[in-house]
Design a protein around this ligand. Structure first.
Ligand code: 0O2
Ligand code: 0O2
Length: 211
């Protein structure tokens, strides 16, 4: 195993474990027939080249990466409604299997770019052959609309290296406003939507049991 594989190995383990645990939260809502505040969960270990780029930009040396780069292990929780984000953050704060060390609320404090999301940085213990090891991981919690915008913007950011032509900059700002409005509109009809989802998931479960 080379040095990078060794370095990344606990992060891979943490992402795998956390994905199972966080998907488990969704399952628990499902078995109790309640609307889940989590729509879906993704996770990734930051690719080596992105770690090196970010470390160079932030002047973080290799031996400080463990303490200073929070998002080598990254989880993302997508929610349908803005209100769900608070519910999810509270669930995370109450957990006994990790410790929340920092919260960054880019929903109340939208970033200059238009980026909205709630970030929770956690300290997560993993078991290794040489004993317990605590690593940092970042959990990003966002609505589907916030995720749509951020995913598109992230792709364009790479293409233009963050230096957008004015037309693209303008469109991204308008798209951020549209995503915000979409969240507002969906929140207005949240109860209606959840009732319909409950009805159809019950119907599906009934059909499944009869098959
Ligand atoms: P399912 O059956 O789709 O619910 P892995 O590749 O094994 O490391 P995973 O979980 O397959 O891990 O991949 P990743 O990239 O971490 O997460 C992708 C998961 O998010 C997949 O679910 C996708 O189906 C789900 N996903 C992506 N976009 C959407 C979306 O817009 N809506 C919903 N509901 N789900 C989405 P799984 O885990 O394969 O399970
Ligand atoms: P990846 O893996 O490519 O997504 P700071 O020094 O506080 O400005 P820091 O320490 O990197 O920045 O933390 P921050 O801003 O709280 O969170 C960083 C991550 O949030 C980014 O990871 C993105 O995933 C997401 N993010 C933050 N700002 C934006 C934005 O303007 N647009 C988009 N699309 N995503 C954003 P990385 O480093 O980009 O890594």
């Amino acid at each position: 195993m080379n040095q990078w594989d060794q370095f990344l190995s606990p992060y891979k383990q943490a992402v795998d474990e956390l994905k199972i645990k966080l998907k488990g939260l969704r399952k628990q809502y499902e078995v109790e027939d309640n609307a889940s505040p989590i729509e879906f969960v993704t996770g990734r270990v930051k690719p080596m080249t992105s770690i090196i780029d970010k470390a160079n930009k932030r002047q973080i040396s290799f031996d400080r990466l463990h303490e200073e780069m929070y998002d080598i292990a990254g989880l993302r929780l997508m929610c349908q409604f803005v209100d769900d984000i608070d519910i999810v953050v509270n669930l995370l704060r109450q957990r006994k299997d990790f410790r929340v060390v920092e919260e960054r609320d880019y929903i109340s404090n939208t970033k200059q770019s238009g980026y909205r999301s709630f970030h929770v940085i956690i300290e997560y213990p993993i078991e290794t052959l040489s004993g317990e090891k605590k690593i940092l991981a970042e959990i990003q919690i966002r609505t589907l609309a916030m995720n749509f915008w951020a995913t598109i913007e992230h792709t364009l950011r790479y293409k233009y290296d963050g230096d957008y032509p004015p037309e693209i900059q303008h469109r991204l700002e308008r798209a951020a406003e549209a995503a915000y409005l979409l969240d507002e509109e969906m929140s207005e009809i949240k109860e209606e939507i959840q009732e319909a989802q409950k009805y159809y998931s019950k119907k599906r479960a009934k059909k499944h049991n009869n098959d």
